[in-house]
Design a protein around this ligand. Structure first.
Ligand code: ZN
Ligand code: ZN
Length: 410
């Protein structure tokens, strides 16, 4: 299969299965400059499917770096109103959103973390309405990726730029099932399997999950009336969409104050372009009370200190060790891929879709139910072929969810 043919399949998959674009709908595609040719393919597919208007927003890493270098912390702490209005308005108009997430993970490594933090914080506040509509699945959205030269070199440092980029494309096509004869059919079968796992776990009404692995002994309580989700989901307007491609996880909401013990990371963790590696977090009653990292400890500490909610977990996700992403045996330095290779948790905000009635709950009600809120949400990986997860249900039944990294139930 030629590269062009695979790219067309990929664009079609994202538009048709990812955001499932509907007739007369608006679509915003956000892409790095390097992704223009991929975005154009998606624009074509979207119009063919009857989209009303497709907007493309380009970002340029060099310009981003210049901004962080020259703008003051005060400027970064003040998110432009018109930029927020654009995103918030489009979401209110039920536009669909595709983001091509591809960047150099080291781009901001020389920028003071206080600047990065100021920008993340102001973005979080300004785009809160947009983020609420996406996290509540009121709008359809999809995050996908593609190689950029800097990213490819990071993943394949010994190779020439062209070779590295071509290798990374191959890994992405594998991880997203584009190499299958009919990716749309393969995705339908895959999302069906994830739906089955979710149904089983939802039926069990789990109270706690106990994680054991080298360096990990952690008990995670789940919120009452939690919902396991995975694969695709129906938007509140009834459109089935898949928010992440690839996606291999089933995930739910931890009880904010019910996490105890220690967990060790199994893959590098990229925070705003900074690498954190080989770290351990210790929890008491949900709160992170200790952390150590062999690399990027200050970055990790700064992330945890960002606000009240960044001291707590907001997501529990299970991914079998044999997932296609995991089988590529590649560290992507990109959360979209790395999180789908491995069981993970998120530091920060929970998804309101992970609790019954969450979308209609006020901030106070969410807090009372034990849902975490934060301006940040960062996934970190804890899965491996040595991870076992035991569940205890509300009625006291025990069963094994994951054994040696693989599903332990049919
Ligand atoms: Zn996740
Ligand atoms: Zn997450």
């Amino acid at each position: 299969m030629s590269f062009e043919a695979n790219l067309k399949k990929y664009a079609k998959l994202v538009v048709e299965v990812g955001v499932n674009i509907q007739k007369d709908q608006l679509l915003l595609i956000r892409t790095p400059l390097e992704g223009a040719f991929f975005a154009r393919e998606m624009v074509k597919c979207a119009y063919e499917r009857g989209a009303k208007r497709v907007f493309v927003e380009y970002s340029d890493e060099e310009v981003t770096k210049l901004l962080y270098t020259h703008a003051t912390e005060e400027t970064l702490a003040d998110y432009p109103e018109w930029m927020a209005a654009k995103m918030n308005t489009l979401a209110e108009q039920n536009a669909a959103f595709i983001s091509i997430s591809a960047g150099n993970p080291d781009l901001l490594k020389d920028i003071p973390t206080s600047k990065i933090s100021a920008m993340q914080k102001s973005t979080g506040v300004a785009l809160a309405p947009f983020r609420r509509l996406t996290s509540n699945s009121d709008v359809c959205w999809c995050i996908v990726s593609m190689p950029t030269p800097a990213w490819s070199q990071k993943v394949f440092p010994g190779k020439s730029p062209e070779e590295a980029e071509s290798l990374l494309w191959d890994r992405i096509f594998e991880a997203t099932r584009i190499t299958e004869a009919d990716p749309v059919a393969a995705w339908n079968a895959h999302t069906d399997l994830l739906a089955h796992k979710c149904a089983y776990l939802n039926d069990k009404k789990i109270k706690t999950l106990h994680y054991t692995a080298p360096g990990t002994d952690l008990t995670v309580e789940l919120v009452k009336n939690h919902i396991w989700q995975g694969g695709g989901e129906d938007s509140t307007k009834g459109t089935y969409f898949v928010a992440n491609m690839p996606t291999e996880e089933v995930f739910t909401m931890p009880y904010k104050y019910g996490v105890n013990g220690t967990v060790s990371s199994t893959k590098p963790f990229v925070v705003s372009g900074n690498l954190v590696d080989k770290f351990t977090l210790t929890f008491k009653d949900g709160k992170i009370v200790g952390c150590t990292a062999e690399q990027g400890e200050d970055v990790l500490k700064e992330l945890i200190a960002r606000d009240e909610g960044s001291h707590y977990l907001g997501e529990v996700a299970i991914v079998p060790h044999s997932s296609p992403v995991s089988r590529t045996n590649t560290i992507f330095f990109n959360t979209l891929f790395d999180e789908n290779a491995s069981c993970h948790f998120a530091i920060g905000s929970a998804y309101t879709t992970n609790i019954v009635g969450g979308g209609d709950m006020s901030q106070e009600e969410l807090e009372k139910a034990g849902a975490n809120t934060s301006s940040t949400h960062n996934d970190f990986m804890v899965g491996s072929d040595k991870l076992t997860i035991e569940a205890t249900t509300e009625s006291g039944e025990r069963f094994t969810v994951l054994k040696d990294g693989e599903w332990a139930f049919e």
